[in-house]
Design a protein around this ligand. Structure first.
Ligand code: TXA
Ligand code: MG
Length: 326
């Protein structure tokens, strides 16, 4: 792993309680704080500050009409951001927060157009990471309502699962007043499951570590597949892409990068990028493996897709989009 190449964005690796109080003040002042979560790293701003949120869009190079997820310290805080919360959403929040799940709810007046992309809904998540939770609690203590944070990568690129990856993606777009908090590699490795909770039954908008089966079990409801089209940038056809071409095939050629479960052998002349032992580990190392393909200037990465109805659903979803290229 390379040392961070910092042009701007101060790197904090000693995330003590005092340091998190200072980081919360940085957010309150309108600057950006990149922080670790269990899924991927986020690029955070005060979710009630239009100028601060505008800087997220600039740093990411993201179209301004794409909505952002608001991160909260406590599940109780959702009542500030939505005044129409169905019972099944409460059941999901109880069962899976803090955790890798985002709920889409009808917004309250607090959720302005610059957060929701002009839609009448808002995305909310309580992440399960000690540093994220410490930051969110410190921010709440000084009057903060929530932290808007997309994945801390340039628009369309692979999400970062380490602080160094955040720095590689964004440091040239950050200012001296911004921070990057280092909390080690993300434990889950793919973005949260996004669940639309605005109709009679929950609907998955983006698969993640919380599976369809877990959602039906928690809510006692069948998942819905229909509804109005909702804008989810992660659902754009091409997304999550490295520079190398991602090919979903199990027969790599000489010089190709290769990602596959450990039980699959590496053909001669092929550059093995990762050999996860199971689907959870596959999710955890996937984005770092795609980044390492670019660091080695590989032209192609072949990926043998993991099978099943667990987190592999999310892995296959991201790989399909990555395979469509930048
Ligand atoms: O795991 C995650 O969800 C990470 C970490 C940092 O929390 N965040 C993340 O954010 O992946 P982002 O912005 O890269 O992807 C969030 C997706 C976007 O595709 C966005 O369009 C969608 O969530 N989204 C946010 N608010 C929404 C809303 N009100 N309705 C529909 N989709 C929404
Ligand atoms: Mg993203």
């Amino acid at each position: 792993m390379s040392e961070p190449n910092i042009t701007s964005g101060q790197f904090i690796s000693n995330c003590t309680a005092d340091a998190m109080d200072r980081a919360a003040e940085v957010l309150k002042s309108g600057a950006l704080v990149a922080f670790p979560t269990e899924t991927v790293y986020g690029l955070g701003a005060d979710a009630t500050n239009a100028d601060a949120v505008a800087r997220i869009y600039e740093a990411k190079g993201r179209p301004a009409d794409h909505p952002l997820i608001v991160h909260l310290a406590d599940m109780q805080d959702i009542a500030e951001w939505s005044d129409d919360i169905p019972d099944y959403a409460i059941a999901l929040a109880r069962d899976f927060w803090p955790g890798p799940m985002t709920l889409i709810l009808k917004r309250s007046a607090l959720a302005k157009d610059f957060i929701t992309g002009g839609q009448d809904t808002v995305g909310l998540r309580v992440p399960n990471h000690s540093i994220a939770l410490a930051l969110l609690s410190s921010f709440k203590k000084i009057g903060g309502k929530g932290v808007a944070a997309p994945s801390a990568n340039r628009f369309g690129h692979v999400s970062p699962t380490t602080a160094v990856a955040v720095s590689d993606e964004l440091s040239q777009y950050l200012l001296d007043s911004d921070l990057i908090l280092d909390g080690g590699p993300s434990a889950v490795g793919v973005e949260s499951t996004i669940i639309d909770c605005t109709s009679d039954a929950p609907r998955i908008l983006r698969p993640g570590a919380i599976t369809a089966e877990q959602i039906s079990q928690s809510t006692g409801l069948h998942l819905s597949n229909s509804g109005d089209e909702i804008r989810v940038s992660g659902a754009l056809e091409n997304h999550y892409s490295p520079e190398a071409k991602v090919v979903l095939d199990i027969q790599p050629q000489t010089g190709d990068g290769f990602i596959a479960l450990a039980e699959i052998e590496t053909p001669a002349g092929v550059i093995r990028l990762a050999s996860p032992k199971n689907n959870e580990e596959f999710a955890r190392i996937l984005y770092a493996a795609l980044r390492s393909a670019d660091q080695q200037s590989l032209t192609r990465v072949l990926v043998a897709q993991p099978q099943g109805s667990d987190i592999s659903v999310a892995i296959r979803d991201r790989l399909l989009r990555a395979s469509r290229g930048r």
